[in-house]
Design a protein around this ligand. Structure first.
Ligand code: SF4
Length: 123
């Protein structure tokens, strides 16, 4: 990521794989069951969550991603929640769209640093 680029967040879809054998996904929770879950002690919840996590994902492994703002601030849209919208005075200097070579350089740096996903946000 270049020093002049700032980070931004734009949501993106994550692929959700089918659960492995022995792991089921329920869609038939009763209200009483949900209430019982809600009232569980925190560490019991953590234990159950970790049990499912280890059945589905490799333990102690995370995917490394890099997110680069390729155009920062000054967006002509006006999404009320977003500080990138031009109407907000954030004190952040708006930047023009980065060039393709600059973006490619950042992507290469991200890959060299271990990222396997490179995301770009443009205000
Ligand atoms: S960058 Fe622009 S389009 Fe995207 S959320 Fe912010 S205001 Fe909306």
């Amino acid at each position: 990521m270049s020093e002049s680029a700032s980070e931004s967040f734009h949501g993106h879809a994550h692929h959700v794989a089918a659960p492995p054998p022995g792991v089921s996904v329920r869609h038939d929770w009763s209200l009483a069951e949900v209430r019982a879950l809600y009232k569980l002690p925190l560490l019991e919840l953590v234990y159950r969550a970790q049990t499912v996590h280890r059945a589905v994902f490799q333990e102690n492994k995370v995917q490394l991603c890099s997110l680069l703002s390729i155009k920062t601030g000054g967006c002509p849209e006006d999404c009320a929640y977003c500080p990138q919208a031009a109407r907000y005075k954030t004190g952040v200097q708006a930047e023009k769209l980065m060039s393709v070579p600059e973006v490619l350089k950042s992507a290469s740096q991200a890959r060299a640093a271990g990222a396997t996903r490179f995301c770009m946000g443009a205000a």
